[in-house]
Ligand binder design. Structure first.
Ligand code: AMP
Ligand code: MG
Length: 502
């Protein structure tokens, strides 16, 4: 018989934790504590992030930190709770989702004055667990840790990873896997699905409470607008248009863009079966559950817009008492997503191509390159980085051409590009330095993530994880010593499917 583990009643003084979300009506959340685990061990603590959050973790030893980040030991302050939400999953309405395996530890005000959530993920069952075990497996925890930190380093808004532990327990997925818990940090965990859930209660006061909370926390200037809720919608649309354009620039595929996985703050959230593409392919899908390719790379802007339309629907009663008028007000905002996204995309592509001025045919130049990369199955990240380096290094030029089975097509494109560059007077080294800021040398390549996970699962070796993590922290610097991490996978290394791990 299993002996129940008694929670440690001591509380760790890690900093000033509060819980503004706990003050919202009880139907928004449920108070629940993590379920203790048998043998927590620390995998990683993000000391830089802890410092930014004003948390004083260095006074504790590893066993205390392992207990904290496993939920065996609670921090002082903060009210642990699970948030209620709903959502459209692959287009289908699910009226009740919620934090089924995540528990909000509390909120901190970081060193620049921003309120941020600290949340355990994988910390045990909650009233929203439905059939699930409330746990997370080591692989997905490591993936989220690596990818969310890499996204941050790449300048893409994203939740962050504060710590990870193994639990000493096994979880049943495709097979028995080591259990783990991630502690993540978000501007907030309010999702489109949170609005959908409250909206489904048909309680306009509750909806207004949520919208006001979000405005105060994320979009305080909306209160100055004639219609603050319309401004809220505009603001979220603007942030999402920017966010998804950033994903496209780095070749990121979220994989599960359900409305419950879209944060109102505009941060990338819920790194499930996400992955970066190697060779450029607009139709690329990694997720094992995305059988129809709904969330394929090039469908992401449309998917975001669809989610935003669902968000807009929830706000209608706040925007105008007359439903038809409210629809008339929100429709151009949702339609305007496309224009905003395209503008961000083009700005981003100009930067990737090293262009500092705007010409009407820049879009065509960028698209032509992407078409060539697609047609020749060429690695996206490597191609743009070599394009950067070739400005001052002929070897990079030769290396770039070796990526193409028929280099003549690429040579013709390069001529076009050079003609376009000639329009702008800029020393090549300066242009290269600009391009280095947007064309990363390293991304979290799927096969490297898989290798790091395998080493940890099979041999309890976190060396590859730590090495990858430190390489990914500086993606834009030119470092010959990280060359091994810039190489696309061989056919045998290639990862074709990623799993949610839920
Ligand atoms: P996800 O696909 O990870 O975004 O999760 C979708 C929903 O399923 C959310 O409500 C999660 O909290 C819930 N969920 C996912 N995995 C588990 C699990 N192992 N136990 C309980 N709930 C889960
Ligand atoms: Mg989710």
């Amino acid at each position: 018989m299993e002996t129940p583990i008694t929670p440690d009643e001591r509380r760790l003084p890690i900093g000033t934790l509060s819980s503004s979300y706990a003050a919202l009506p009880t139907r928004f959340h449920t108070h629940v504590k993590p379920t203790p685990v048998s043998d927590p061990r620390l995998i990683a603590v993000n000391t830089d992030l802890a410092r930014v959050l004003g948390l004083t973790l260095d006074q504790f030893d590893n066993s205390e930190l392992a207990a904290l980040f496993a939920g065996n030991l609670l921090p002082q302050g903060g009210t642990p709770l699970a948030m209620a939400y709903a959502g459209h999953q692959f287009g289908h309405w699910v009226p009740q989702l919620g934090d089924g395996r995540a528990i909000l530890m509390g909120e901190v005000i970081d060193t620049v004055g921003v309120r941020r959530d600290v949340q355990w993920k994988g910390s045990g069952r909650t009233p929203y667990s439905r059939g699930g075990d409330g746990r997370a497996a080591l692989g997905p925890v490591m993936r989220e840790y690596l990818v969310s930190e890499a996204m941050h380093a790449l300048g893409v808004p994203a939740t962050r990873a504060l710590a990870a532990v193994v639990t000493g327990e096994r979880v049943r997925r495709e097979s028995l896997m080591p259990g783990a818990i991630l502690t993540r940090v978000a501007a907030s965990h309010v999702r489109v699905g949170t609005f959908q859930y409250i909206s489904s209660l048909r309680d306009t006061d509750a909806l207004r409470t949520l919208a006001d909370y979000v405005i105060e926390r994320h979009y305080p200037r909306a209160t100055e607008a004639a219609n603050p809720y319309l401004r809220l919608l505009e603001s979220v649309v603007a942030r999402q248009a920017f966010l998804v354009s950033r994903w496209m620039m780095v070749g990121f595929i979220h994989g599960v863009m359900n409305t419950d996985n879209m944060a109102i703050s505009g941060e990338t959230i819920d790194f499930g079966p996400c992955a970066f593409m190697d060779e450029y392919d607009p139709g690329k899908v990694f997720s094992s559950i995305d059988t129809m390719g709904r969330y394929a790379y090039s469908n992401q802007p449309k998917a975001a817009q669809w989610n935003l339309a669902r968000f807009a629907e929830t706000l209608l009663p706040l925007i105008h008492p007359d439903g038809a008028t409210a629809v008339t007000l929100v429709t151009p905002i949702i339609e305007g997503f496309t224009t905003q996204f395209e503008a961000h995309w083009l700005t981003g592509m100009r930067a990737k191509l090293g262009l500092v001025t705007e010409r009407h045919d820049d879009q065509g130049l960028a698209q032509a390159l992407l078409d060539i990369l697609h047609g020749h199955n060429v690695d996206y990240t490597l191609a743009f980085r070599l394009l950067t380096e070739l400005l001052c290094d002929d070897r990079a030029s030769a290396q770039l051409l070796t990526l193409f089975p028929h280099p003549a097509v690429m040579e013709a494109w390069l001529m076009q590009w050079r003609l376009r560059l000639d329009v702008e007077a800029m020393p090549p080294a300066d242009r290269r330095d600009c391009m280095r800021q947007t064309n990363p040398q390293v991304i979290p390549r799927n096969h490297q993530i898989a290798a790091a996970i395998l080493a940890a699962e099979v041999a309890n070796d976190f060396g590859p994880f730590n090495a990858l993590l430190s390489v990914l922290a500086k993606p834009f610097e030119e470092r010959p010593e990280v060359y091994a991490y810039t190489v696309p996978p061989t056919d045998s290394e290639r990862v074709r499917r990623t799993f949610c791990g839920t």
